[in-house]
Design a protein around this ligand. Sequence first.
Ligand code: NAD
Length: 288
Amino acid sequence: MTDSIGRLSIVGFGLIGASLAASLKRAGFSGEIVAVTRSDASAQQALEQGLVDHAVADIASGINEADIVLLAVPMLAMRTVMKDIAPVLSPRTVLTDAGSVKQSFIEDARAVFGSLRNIVPGHPIAGRELSGMAAADDKLYQGRRVLLTPTEETDAAAIARVSALWTLAGASVECLQAAHHDRVLAATSHLPHVLAFTMVDTLATQQEVEEIFRYAAGGFRDFTRIASSDPVMWRDICLTNREAVLASMDAFGEHLQLLRTAIDTSDGAAIESILQRARDARDAYSAE
Ligand code: NAD
């Protein structure tokens, strides 16, 4: 199926875009891969890394003759990039993305292109707290899920092409509704990141900050690893998935309050029951 993809252009050649190029090359992808970067210097860097066949900073020539264009830029840059490519995008090219929020991508695409026929919104459930092409990993998508959120308008052949690409990169592809995706990811990914950032920020602004970090144990490191993620990327996710992130934060706040009350009233039975319920749920999910 990927044999029919003669050229893939990746706009935004950071961790996610460069890891896809690396994974496809490793899997023997037969087409050409073009990296579209923001500067000539990063285009040069992408070429030197040996993951792509061409690299350019000029978006129009970068997407020329592409069978698939994949956008892997931060969420709030999606619309700008779409506007840049709209005048030159061939009607036969499939446009897809790797962004973490799907409804906002669809809104952007509808506003810029009108028709969503050849547009396949996507999100690899794989990543790291590192960014940039230097962090590219040719096994990043191995055994991971990629969620596609096509609309009713999306052409079945376009979905099949994008699925084939991710499958070759080692992922398994599932389709779901964009609104559902955004709610689930708000709870499972966006809320944990918000909490990790807030946790570190809370401690970092306390007076004993040096002591706190000096004595930080493994649990603190595990829990806060994701607070090393890129602030621009996470700012954009918070703003583009605003409603769902707020709902998850509110639900968390209510549960935190329950535990706070139990501690405040020295209600040992309540504390233990909350912790036991959480532990059972975590163990059941880890055993899956
Ligand atoms: P990154 O910072 O490593 O790469 C982003 C790239 O986009 C950079 O090369 C940057 O120069 C480029 N860029 C930024 N603004 C641009 C613009 N206006 N025009 C052209 N290029 C621009 O980030 P990443 O981790 O690769 O994330 C890319 C996308 O993938 C984001 O939408 C993110 O939400 C999504 N995503 C990230 C992860 C993760 O764990 N990092 C996981 C799944 C999805």
